[in-house]
Design a protein around this ligand. Sequence first.
Ligand SMILES: [Zn+2]
Length: 360
Amino acid sequence: MHYPLVKHSFLNSSQMSSIWPIPESLRFLALFFVMIYIKMIIIPKKSQKSMFRKIIQINRPLLGIAALITAVCLGSAGSVAQNKSETKIVATFLPIYMFTKGVTGESGEVEILIPPGTDPHEYQATPNNVRSIAEADVLVKNGLGLEEFLDKLVDAAGNYQLQEIDASQKIKALEEDNHDHDHDHDHDHSHETGNPHVWLDPVLAQQQVKNIRDGLIKADPNNAATYQVNADIYLKKLQKLDQEFQTRLAPFKGCKFIAFHDAYPYLAKRYNLQQMAVVELPQDNITPADIQRVIRAAKEYQVKGLLAEIGFNDSRIQQIAQDIGLPVKMLDPINSGSLDQHYYFTAMRNNLKSLEEICQ
Ligand SMILES: [Zn+2]
C-alpha cells in the first residue's frame, strides 16, 4: 500500500504544530478566549453572571485580538497545506512516470508527456506539452539523451521555476552497441551520452527511484515523509524483482541472444546473459537483405534465439525465426502499457519469462 500525498482540508495535530509556531498551551488559551467571546455575543447580558461579565468587560479587546490571531493562524495553516498538494509534476515517459507515481503514491498528481505506445526516441513535442511544462513545478526525465526533444521544449516553455530531475544521475552508462555488421544500415537512434535504457535493469531502476525520491524531496520538502515512505515500499518491490531475476536466470549463465533494438544490454549484463548483436530492422518493408543480416548474426554468434519487441513487425520476425529454426520471444521495453505504477513489475516478469524460455 502507498501513502498518499498530504491533501488537506484538515491537518492532524503534529502537522498543525509544525505549521503553527505557537506553543500548544497558548493555542488552547486563544481558543478558550474565542469561546468566551462567542458566548458573550450569544448570551444576553441580563442572564450573564456578574463575575463572568467582569471577565468579559476587562478582556473584551484582548478577546478580540485572540480571536483574530486564531483566525489568521488557521487561515495560514490552510494555505500552506494547499501549496503542498499543488506541486505539479510532469514525467516524460511510461517507466519514469511509473517510478514517479511509486514515489508520490496513488493520489500524487503526475502528468505524462509522451503517451504510452509512442516511441520516446522519435517523439515530437506538441503545443500541449509546452503548456504542461510552462505550468509544471517539477519535470522528471530518464536522461542519458533519451528525450532528445526535451531541451527545446523546456526552452520554449520559458518556465524559470521549473526543477528538473534527471533519473539517471549517478548511473554509469554503457556504450551503445555497434555490433550490427552491416554498417551501411542506419541506426534508428544513437545517443552521445551512452545507452539510455537503464530502466530495464531492476537494480538501476532502484537508483532511478532514489534519484526521483531525492529530487522530489528537494523540490517539495513539505511532502518529504510521504516520498520517503512510498519510495521505500517501491524499492523493496524492485529488490524482490531483482531476486527473482537472479534466481530464475542463474541456470542460464552466458545465454546468447539477438535483439532488434539496443534496449537490453543492462539487463543482460546484470544477469550474465549476452546480447550478442542488435540487428536494427526498418519499421516497414523488411527486405531479403535484412533477413540475411539476421541469419548471419544468428549463425556467427550461435545464439539460442531472437528477442523481438511487442508491436514491432511481429509476423515478419516470426517468419525469420521459423526460416532459421530459432525460437523468438517478446521483450517489452515498456514504452507502452498501462499507467498503473505496478505495471512495470508485470512487464518485467513477462520479460523474465521470455528470457527463461529462450535460454532453455
Ligand atoms: Zn530504445
